[in-house]
Design a protein around this ligand. Structure first.
Ligand code: SF4
Length: 76
């Protein structure tokens, strides 16, 4: 079975740098308030998405393994 991730941006933490959207527009977009958000909640695992989550300056992007429910980023 293909491994999948649940990707989410915490709107309370996002400071609207636009970095995630500019770096990977296929996975992230801005909402009506200009905050970053994942285009789809569930996605195939992706090194690019992980790199973007790691580069968010406020760690607003979280990734959870869909099947196990374990956090991928930030790590436990
Ligand atoms: S990189 Fe982080 S702070 Fe910047 S828009 Fe994306 S989620 Fe928000």
């Amino acid at each position: 079975m293909t491994q999948r991730w649940d990707v989410a941006v915490d709107p309370r933490m996002c400071v609207r740098t636009g970095l995630c959207v500019a770096s990977l527009p296929s996975a992230f977009e801005r909402d009506e308030q200009g905050q970053g958000r994942a285009r789809t909640e569930s996605s195939a695992t992706s090194e690019e998405v992980l790199e973007i989550a790691e580069s968010c300056p406020v760690e607003a992007i979280s990734i959870v393994d869909t099947e196990s429910g374990k956090p991928v980023f930030p790590p436990e």
